[in-house]
Design a protein around this ligand. Structure first.
Ligand SMILES: C[S@@+](CC[C@H](N)C(=O)[O-])C[C@H]1O[C@@H](n2cnc3c(N)ncnc32)[C@H](O)[C@@H]1O
Ligand SMILES: [Zn+2]
Length: 312
């Protein structure tokens, strides 16, 4: 399958990171290499781009797309929370810009066999890294009803999480739940009819999002990776993060706010005793969102938000 993915907030990212200034840049979520291509083509001679991804297929597509840049670009298969170790392994101490375009790529969603989509029938997989052990089939068939309810509520913000978790547990009593469409049917069956028809969204969308986040531990890694990347930034270097739902955006907003604040003393302390100084300034107080034109051209951009901070 061709690796099709329209890069979101592309111009806004290039403007925020200004790769034409040169130095070492890191794309923590290289995917098919859309943003990476933009960075690499703007980087002056002698500069470097490091591309990270945990999906071998994405890295293969990215390698092909960026072949023309030769050894200006280095690809590393890793979880982006290991950005520090990845840079160490390349002998790189400081960087000049870093970005994340969180979540799954259109390619991962569209390729049925990856099991991310409720529109195509496939085994319940949803692993970004296909060498990882936890997959969606394990979660759906082994987690307790209360664990399922908790993740569907927390990661899917799904009102009917309790009903859906109960329906999954009931169904699996009569045999393993194996495919995406089987699961989508169980979810549809568990939701009240009025709720299903009132909404523009597919009834399974939020539950699938929740399972994907659980399988890939998507939320836990955001804060530590942004903090480590900021530690590595040279003064004036920028970190830019694109998020796609409120859970991700909240983490990025809070992480950047605490890096910008510095002091970690409890609010009831009359004076600062921690001595921590602000590490960044916020470049975007309010997130940058896609233009109407971009959303019309690429509906997947609808919920995107870009936040940027700069190392002090
Ligand atoms: C939205 S896509 C990136 C698309 C890319 N910016 C482009 O323009 O082509 C996100 C990519 O990040 C990868 N990814 C998501 N979470 C990751 C993590 N924690 N560690 C490493 N890669 C991750 C996914 O495998 C996916 O390929
Ligand atoms: Zn303090």
């Amino acid at each position: 399958m061709e690796f099709k993915h329209v890069s979101i907030l592309f111009d806004e990212c290039m403007e925020a990171l200004a790769p034409e200034k040169g130095g070492v840049y890191v794309d923590c979520t290289a995917g098919g290499g859309g943003h990476s291509y933009g960075i690499a083509s703007r980087l002056p001679e002698g500069s470097r781009l490091i591309c990270l991804d945990r999906d071998d297929d994405a890295l293969a597509a990215c390698r092909k797309r960026l072949a023309e840049f030769g050894d200006k670009v280095t690809l590393v298969k890793c979880e982006f929370s290991s950005i520090g170790a990845a840079l160490d392994s390349l002998g790189i101490d400081k960087i000049d810009g870093v970005m994340w375009d969180l979540g799954v790529s259109s390619y991962q969603l569209d390729e049925a066999e990856r099991g991310f989509s409720y529109m195509n029938d496939a085994p319940l997989d949803m692993r970004m890294d296909r060498t990882a052990t936890l997959d969606a089939a394990f979660v759906v068939n082994n987690y307790s009803e209360s664990e399922l309810r908790r993740i569907i509520t927390a990661y899917g913000e799904e009102k009917f999480a309790g009903k859906i978790a109960a329906a999954i547990v009931k169904k699996r009593e009569s045999g393993k739940i194996e495919t995406t469409l089987q699961l989508a049917d169980i979810i549809k069956g568990a939701m009240p009819a009025a709720a299903k028809y009132k909404e523009a969204q597919h009834p399974a969308k939020r539950t699938f999002q929740a399972l994907r986040i659980e399988v890939n531990r998507e939320l836990d890694v955001i804060r530590p990776s942004v903090e480590e990347a900021v530690r590595r930034l040279n003064v004036g270097g920028r970190a830019a993060v694109i998020t796609f739902h409120s859970l991700e955006d909240r983490i990025v907003k809070q992480t950047m706010a605490s890096l910008a604040e510095g002091c970690t003393c409890p609010p009831e302390f009359p004076i600062c005793v921690c001595g921590n100084k602000p590490k960044v300034k916020l470049v975007t107080r309010k997130p940058i969102i896609p233009s109407d034109e971009e959303i019309e051209f690429n509906p997947r951009a609808r919920s995107a938000k870009l936040r940027v901070c700069e190392k002090l």
